[in-house]
Design a protein around this ligand. Structure first.
Ligand code: K2U
Ligand code: ZN
Length: 167
């Protein structure tokens, strides 16, 4: 089922998510709905807080809307970052029509559980490393716009406030 994606500045996007303590049928259904929603929105990642569920669950597939062949469902993911910091243009399904360059670490070792409770780990670089950092930020209530300059953030907030008051 397609899920509605919360939009900034919804306060639920700013909360720290709780660990998944048991992978229940409901969690499996949530993961499946998140995957469907991510693909429907041509996203390459989606975190549970973005669909209003404050749990540490992330889905990622950087292979793109035409391939959809590299799906990763990460339960309670943890990142170990390394390498240089590099800038990448980011967007967010919870911050419509806004993109900005964000500094991320080059490499990320990802450790998580799969939906069967087995431990999984992989080393990520490139877009996968960027996406893993973007999604794990969501689990801590951090958005990519929290990494931009104060001036750019003030300009964005002013634009969004204007849009909201015009409604
Ligand atoms: O978490 C989200 O909002 C999904 C983002 C994840 C993401 C954004 C930027 C860089 C890496 C990952 C969406 O996929 S936003 C759409 C998008 C798609 C491809 C590349 C950049 C942004
Ligand atoms: Zn996002």
């Amino acid at each position: 089922m397609l899920l509605p994606i919360l939009q900034y500045p919804d306060p639920r996007l700013l909360q720290k998510a709780e660990p998944v303590t048991e992978v229940t049928p409901e969690i499996r259904e949530l993961a499946a709905d998140m995957v469907e929603t991510m693909y429907a929105r041509d996203g390459i990642g989606l975190a549970a807080p973005q669909v209003g569920v404050p749990l540490r669950l992330v889905v990622i597939d950087i292979s793109g809307p035409d391939a959809r062949e590299d799906l990763r469902i990460l339960v309670n993911p943890r990142l170990t970052l390394s390498g240089a910091s590099q800038e990448c243009e980011e967007g967010c399904l919870s911050v419509n029509s806004y993109r900005a360059k964000v500094e991320r670490r080059e490499f990320a070792r990802v450790e998580a559980q799969d939906l069967d409770g087995n431990m999984l780990s992989f080393d990520a670089d490139g877009l996968l490393a960027v996406c893993a950092q973007h999604e794990c930020d969501h689990l801590d209530g951090v958005l990519f716009i929290d990494h931009i300059s104060r001036l750019k953030r003030q300009m964005l907030d002013r634009k969004l406030n204007k849009k909201a008051s015009a409604k």
